[in-house]
Design a protein around this ligand. Sequence first.
Ligand SMILES: Nc1ncnc2c1ncn2[C@@H]1O[C@H](COP(=O)(O)OP(=O)(O)O)[C@@H](O)[C@H]1O
Ligand SMILES: [Mg+2]
Length: 270
Amino acid sequence: MSGNRSVLVIQGLTKYFGGLKAVDNVYMEAAECSITSLIGPNGAGKTTIFNLITGLLQPTSGKIYYKNQSILALPPTTIARIGIGRTFQEPRVFNRLSVLENILIGFPSQKGERVHHALLRTKAAFEEEKKNKEKAIEILEFVGLADRGSDLAQDLSHGQQRFLSVARVLASNPDLLLMDEPTVGLHREEIVRLIDLMIRLVKSQRRTILLVEHNMDVVMNISDEIHLLVEGHGIAHGKPEDIKANPKLVEAFLGTSLSGNRKKGEVLCT
Ligand SMILES: Nc1ncnc2c1ncn2[C@@H]1O[C@H](COP(=O)(O)OP(=O)(O)O)[C@@H](O)[C@H]1O
Ligand SMILES: [Mg+2]
């Protein structure tokens, strides 16, 4: 992916919780239209980095740039609006809303929202609603839930709820998508579909993904760049073949053996 400009640049990022250095002087970049993975044992600081990028936490020190602009001190709502979306370790959906409604409420501007009486809603608001509904259906098709739109979110399986979580984030049309352990609790077949979805997000929609993932098969398969983090420190980074070339390092820290079949040098986006 060298040559693509960086969508996200993190420099010297540090976060203390009291005396604990959860994130310690971390440097990383995510190239436009690529998949960058963050790996490391529990407690390495991966989720904390996501919380810092999305503005839920303020760093002790360090810099975060999104499209060449510092996003430090911006509130989470602004960070979401300028194009950074995020999925959480557990699927977050509104159980009592339909699958389609779960996406509709994720669209940013709602012209009719401020006017409570339905009769007073403007033509523009109705048109926006219609457009949003079409977009929501498109998103459902993209994530493979087109036939579930009218079902309640609570009636979906755990795996389907995770796909719905991704769909909800896509409603805000993020250029940079942070995904925190998206394969947890998924069946093998669902993992295959999620990998396919992530690749399509990058390849056909030109989004950038920052991925936290424990499944090394997934990581080695789809990452352009991998960062290994241990106790808040960046220990190693490189392409999957670089990381695989040093299995002792990864096995020592992650206790896993490596496989993976992304073709050497293959790029998703050209
Ligand atoms: N809000 C918080 N307050 C205090 N300690 C925290 C907080 N969030 C995370 N930590 C601690 O920071 C370290 C890194 O956690 P986390 O970022 O969740 O790791 P990972 O996602 O890599 O498993 C852990 O030791 C965790 O207990
Ligand atoms: Mg975590």
